[in-house]
Design a protein around this ligand. Sequence first.
Ligand code: ASP
Ligand code: MG
Length: 416
Amino acid sequence: MEVYKFGGASVKNANGVKNVISVLKKTKSLDVLLVVSAMGKMTNAFEKIVDSYINNKGNLSKYIDEVMSFHQLILNNLFQNKSLPIFKEIELVFIGLSSYFINNKNKDYNYVYDQVVSLAEILSTKIISAYLNHNGVKNTWVDAKKHIKTDGNYREANVNWTTTNKNIQKLNNTSKLIITQGFIASDQFGNTTTLGREGSDYTAAIFAYCLNAKSVTVFKDVAGVLNADPQLYDEVKLLSKISYREAIEMAFYGASVIHPKTLQPLQSKEIPLFVKSFIDPLKKGTVIGRSIDLEPVLPCYIVKKNQILISIATRDFSFMMEKNISEVFELLHKHKLKVNLIQNTAISFSVCLEDKFNQLAHFLLILNAKYKVKYNNKTTLLTIRHFDKKSIEKVKATKVILLQQISRETVQFILK
Ligand code: ASP
Ligand code: MG
């Protein structure tokens, strides 16, 4: 069997949903498990709902209405007959959401986030499954939460592979076409968890691993993996082959094409990952697998925005040594700050990091008590894999560089 993944951009409206059928027909795929993300920008829209609820920001019902109207519009465009059960089913999801807000007592942001934001994937898959069934493409809707089991690390949950494997194996006896949700899972108590933003690729890899799938195909609004983001660079080229190792490196540096955790399970069973256009699914696109590192070999640009650059120095001009550095790292870990680059000199230590869990202020408070701390907000981390002279010169000529680090295959810049 094969695993297909459709991201938010591919199902952002009714035409996107219709296109899922066309992709299945064009590729003549019979034995497929389909992993689908939230429609369009619905994850962000649900984040706004959670934020408003937790921080009492007001507008809660307005934000819920916006999300509801978005899905109703798609339903209305997909189905003539408004008395089909899917209309009621979607309504029930929103009734459930309202009663959740009335009854919930646990105000932990990360916990609430997962219970609420996960509904975006439930909505998208219910609608798509119903549409396909209605149009003769018979399929079974499967609840990913019942199959992928994780710990309770909300918003970045870790998979329990033993239980997950056992659960997913049971799907071997299910019908040929399965539709399930990306991104969402549940912990041992049955609370919903999520696998981290953009985690649907990872979901696809988890199912593929447990089902020994032949391949995973991620359908995108671009032709495959490109050497740079076309929204940021003019001349971008398609990479036709990428090795697992190279792709893991790219994902690590923040290439948004593939969620970083996706590749490990695939690599361990040598399951190839195809990245293709959902408009042109028969075109070759990119294959990530056991191959030469990169074809063609080109400088690859990876941009990560919203980075914080922090320089830490001892107050008495003593050296920043193992002991101080390990202390800083322990603090970073405790505050769930994700480090993307480090550099140290004799008396100062710089880290470039991301504050996904809103813990920077507290981290700085503790750090300041002992060290001299300077920092820049909103910097950009630019990584160039397989750089050449020209690519470096261009950055130097056009950008303000705060820090630079170079190794054999990779150069990284922190830009203002
Ligand atoms: N819907 C989730 C997100 O936007 C997961 C995904 O798209 O992969 O982060
Ligand atoms: Mg998404």
